[in-house]
Design a protein around this ligand. Structure first.
Ligand SMILES: Nc1ncnc2c1ncn2[C@@H]1O[C@H](COP(=O)(O)OS(=O)(=O)O)[C@@H](OP(=O)(O)O)[C@H]1O
Ligand SMILES: Nc1ncnc2c1ncn2[C@@H]1O[C@H](COP(=O)(O)OP(=O)(O)O)[C@@H](O)[C@H]1O
Length: 260
């Protein structure tokens, strides 16, 4: 029976020396370089040096700082801006629009005889051919990942912790989350145990159920990273193939660690 894991509440003290030495596993948060602003941090998880439990190995370190300025939110950077303000279709105003709004892309595919669904803004949305559906659209939002990251002053990413049951995954995930919180970085833990109480409560432990479990968590983690958070997923995730499928969703922002 899986139990519910709770992260210990972070202390509301002001940031102090980076140190989470606990039972041998540690999270190091260090300024990326002394020449950078103190708000630039390199997220780095180091090998535990304890003879007790966990050793953690990690395939890469990930920079969650924002160094390059992102483009400001402008009418040009917002493909659906037209939905916020009605456009007057005079030739003068059309001429002022960026080319892609003047000549919006056509839907990828419309099945013969299909009527556009309610709310379909002709030409502004891409039509998917997912499964049998011909009316599923990808909606762009004026506030995108870059805007959210700039607001939060951090980059979204996924830290994926894999390991056997009882190896310390949840404990490590909570330590990382707490340390990031202390440093003013927003994170969220997706713990396999906890998710099996809700999102994945219909899944068991057969290989295909585990694969579906990991796929769903990968998709949720991707959304959290897109929201700008450091998403820490702690699941047994025993099969490399399933983990690799998650990594493929976010090749630039996926870091894998294993606890043992
Ligand atoms: N075979 C089996 N039978 C019963 N219970 C089991 C089994 N395998 C795992 N567990 C329990 O489920 C918790 C979450 O597992 P995960 O979702 O991380 O597993 S997986 O990634 O889908 O392989 C897992 O949590 P942790 O112990 O924290 O790893 C276990 O409590
Ligand atoms: N580094 C550690 N040293 C000693 N005990 C640990 C360490 N990490 C976790 N534990 C203990 O091991 C047990 C299992 O840890 P847990 O984080 O729940 O593992 P998992 O999520 O992999 O099942 C818990 O009782 C926890 O307190």
């Amino acid at each position: 029976m899986s139990g519910m894991h709770k992260c210990a509440p972070a202390k509301s003290e002001s940031p102090k020396k980076p140190s989470t030495k606990k039972w041998g596993s540690s999270l190091l948060l260090t300024p990326k370089s002394s020449s950078l602003s103190p708000r630039s941090w390199l997220c780095n998880i180091t090998l535990g040096a304890s003879r007790f439990i966990p050793s953690i190995s990690i395939s890469q370190s990930l920079d969650i700082s924002i160094n390059a300025p992102h483009p400001p939110l402008t009418r040009q950077s917002c493909p659906l801006h037209s939905s916020l303000r009605p456009l007057r279709h005079s030739s003068r105003s059309l001429a002022r629009l960026p080319p892609r709004l003047r000549n919006p892309p056509r839907p990828l595919k419309i099945a013969a005889g299909d009527l556009p669904p309610l709310g379909f803004r002709k030409g502004y949305l891409l039509m998917s051919t997912l499964g049998n559906s011909t009316n599923i659209f990808w909606h762009e939002c004026p506030v995108g990942k870059h805007e959210r990251q700039r607001l939060l002053d951090q980059k979204g990413c996924v830290v994926w912790i894999t390991g056997l049951s009882g190896s310390g995954k949840s404990t490590l995930a909570c330590s990382i989350s707490r340390e990031l919180h202390t440093r003013g970085k927003l994170s969220y833990v997706l713990d396999g145990d906890n998710l099996r109480h809700g999102l994945n409560k219909n899944l068991g432990f057969k290989a295909e159920d585990r694969a579906e479990n990991i796929r769903r968590v990968g998709e949720v983690a991707k959304l959290f990273a897109d929201a700008g958070l450091v998403c820490i997923a702690s699941l047994i995730s025993p099969y490399r193939k399933d983990r690799d499928a998650c990594r493929a969703m976010l090749p630039e922002s996926f870091i894998e660690a294993s606890s043992s």
